[in-house]
Design a protein around this ligand. Structure first.
Ligand code: RFL
Ligand code: PHB
Length: 394
């Protein structure tokens, strides 16, 4: 079998790319290791930049998003147990949108299924070969049998642990990485959000975040050890710690039933080049950010915007100019996203090896942010997201 575009992974980047290409009649196959139910229920990102929202709408898959999303004018910042509101909309005329990643994937995978698109679930890719040749080969397993296909392009949308990046020649691939000495303990809660915007708190005992998924469901996080044992965190301890780090006089954190707990270690990672021969890396396959900037899903969408533009231009106009620039353009944006995510992570969290000087300077950074309008404008521009370099013609 030969297909023009083989997409490895049906997460947000793979499913959005397949959807956009389909709108322009460009044939692709999506190979996904997990079941559809598994992908759709993975609880991860919750905040979308306006460009990500606009891309969904432009691609004709934003109907439910527009109906159900929550628009936030800005964010609140907790410092010394006081809450400061940063009104992004007032500062730069744009806010952020809350809509869960699980809803994004449900919309995209549902849309692809409704149109009968070729998405193979429980079809792990085992190897990607011949990327320097005329056609690439993708080897995968489906329904217990080893299969293979050839394609013009392989798009690695298979996340941080997928096989695509490993298919790059070791002599070509360069990587940069930082592993942080902490993680996030996250809980999903059946309770209305205690604030109308997200609250990011810097506290002596560690970072904490109040976010949400809907008017009835809250999402909260606590800085913890990277290998934190959840057994040591009964619900009562989680609530008490959240109260300590997020609280302010006269305000109460709404408690509710905790229906999921997880621990995420924090890491920054990127690789380059993002393309080699017929292989193109996209989203978490090429870069990971710590969640403090809410950038992972949005960076994946930024990649898809450029890559889909390049593929559409190639297949409809026989012009490869965007496709050839994809790696460079996507990396350039990603470096700025990496910088914001790293600097935000460094600002908000308590580092176990920091001394009194480090901590005072860190608190000084936070004081600067909550009191200086120039700092707030810069923060707002980065938090709401950098432009996408190319938009697909749809
Ligand atoms: P994904 O979502 O990891 O999807 C990759 C897909 O590839 C499949 N796969 C394979 N398929 C076939 N064969 C193989 N051999 C395969 N190996 C893997 C996997 O099963 C999977 O379905 O990558 P993608 O599409 O690039 O999307 C990236 C986003 O998921 C990620 O960046 C965000 O979730 C990060 N993130 C956040 N991003 C935001 O923009 N805003 C946020 O508020 C935000 N919060 C978060 C986050 C990530 C978190 N965690 C758990 C890492 C909060 C958390 C806690
Ligand atoms: C979330 O709602 O899960 C969330 C919000 C903001 C972040 C990270 C995660 O920075």
């Amino acid at each position: 079998m030969h297909v023009p575009v083989a997409i490895v992974g049906a997460g947000p980047s793979g499913s959005l790319l397949a959807w956009i290409l389909r709108q322009r009649g460009i044939e692709s196959i999506v190979l996904e290791r997990q079941s559809r139910e598994y992908v759709e229920s993975r609880i991860r990102a919750g905040v979308m930049e306006q460009n990500s929202v606009d891309l969904m709408i432009k691609a004709g898959i934003g109907e439910r998003l527009q109906k159900e999303c929550m628009y936030h004018r800005g964010v609140a910042i907790g410092l010394y147990n006081e809450h400061h509101f940063l009104d992004f909309d007032k500062l730069i005329g744009i806010g952020v949108t809350v809509y869960g990643q699980s809803e994004v994937t449900k919309d995209l995978l549902g849309g692809l299924a409704a149109e009968g698109h070729n998405v193979l679930y429980e079809a792990p890719v085992r190897a990607i070969e011949d990327i320097e040749g005329d056609r690439a080969t993708v080897k995968y397993t489906h329904e217990g049998a080893d299969q293979e296909l050839t394609c013009d392009f392989v798009i690695g949308c298979d996340g941080f642990h997928g096989p695509s990046r490993q298919a790059m020649p070791a002599s070509v691939l360069k990587t940069h990485e930082k592993v942080y000495p902490f993680g996030w303990l996250g809980v999903m809660v059946n309770a209305p959000p205690s604030k109308d915007v997200a609250l990011f708190a810097h506290h002596d005992r560690g970072f904490a975040l109040l976010s949400m998924r809907s008017p009835k469901v809250s999402r909260l996080y606590l800085q913890c050890k990277p290998d934190e044992d959840l057994d040591e965190w009964p619900d009562e301890r989680i609530w008490d710690e959240l109260d300590t780090r997020l609280g302010t006089p006269g305000w109460e954190l709404e408690r509710g039933e905790i229906f999921q707990k997880d621990v995420t270690p924090l890491r920054s990672f990127f690789c380059y080049p993002m393309t080699h021969g017929r292989l193109f890396l996209c989203g978490d396959a090429a870069h990971i950010v710590p969640p403090t900037g809410a950038k992972g899903l949005n960076s994946a969408f930024a990649d898809v915007s450029v890559l889909s533009s390049g593929l559409i231009q190639h297949y409809t106009k026989d012009d490869e100019s965007i496709l050839r620039r994809y790696g460079e353009v996507a990396l350039e944006r990603n470096i700025q996203t990496q910088r914001f995510s790293w600097s935000n992570t460094s600002k908000y969290h308590i580092f176990p090896d920091s001394n009194a000087f480090d901590r005072r300077m860190q608190a000084g950074e936070m004081e600067y942010l909550v009191t200086n309008e120039t700092a707030q404008i810069s923060y707002a521009q980065q938090h709401t997201g950098l432009p996408f370099a190319y938009w697909p013609e749809l």
